[in-house]
Design a protein around this ligand. Structure first.
Ligand SMILES: [Mg+2]
Length: 160
């Protein structure tokens, strides 16, 4: 494992997100399409996505900005935009799309859907009462789940 991957995984963990949490999102997205889908298969695909360098770069960049906003170390107006997760900012979604793009266009549909539903860990990340700033991380986690889902779907299509 590279230093970059180690760091990205460590930062995810420090912000309360495990690969298993993301695998649960994949299961949520894909179980209706694959009859015998199990969590092991979901987790495997999440691990493959986490091994990609562009994904690790997005994780580090996004979490870093979240943490700086939490520590009030950014300059205005960016500080307030990130700390309040302002709806029209949009760069959090753009960064997350660099992850969705890795496994092709099925990812887009999954990403949009899960971003609306906010199941599992995404509900926790969107809970403003925790005092944490997850403006970037919620989109990143949704995007990893979407990318892992399209990887899984592509592979399943191959086998069938
Ligand atoms: Mg966001």
């Amino acid at each position: 494992m590279t230093e970059l991957e180690k760091k990205a995984r460590e930062w995810l963990h420090n912000r309360g997100v495990t690969p298993n949490d993301i695998a649960e999102l994949v299961y949520y997205l894909q179980s209706k399409y694959h009859e015998n889908l199990d969590m092991e298969e979901c987790l495997y695909n999440v691990e493959r996505v986490l091994a990609k360098r562009e994904v690790q770069n997005a994780i580090l960049t996004g979490i870093h900005l979240d943490v700086l906003a939490e520590q009030r170390k950014l300059e205005e107006p960016l500080q307030t935009i990130l700390a309040t997760d302002e709806g029209l900012y949009g760069i959090d979604e753009i960064l997350a799309l660099s992850i969705v793009n890795v496994y092709g266009s099925i990812g887009f549909t999954n990403y949009g859907y899960i971003d609306k539903q906010k199941p599992g860990i995404l509900g926790f990340l969107n809970d403003k009462s925790t005092g944490k700033c997850h403006t970037f991380l919620d989109d990143i986690v949704g995007a990893i789940a979407a990318a892992a889902s399209s990887r899984l779907a592509h592979r399943a299509a191959h086998i069938e």
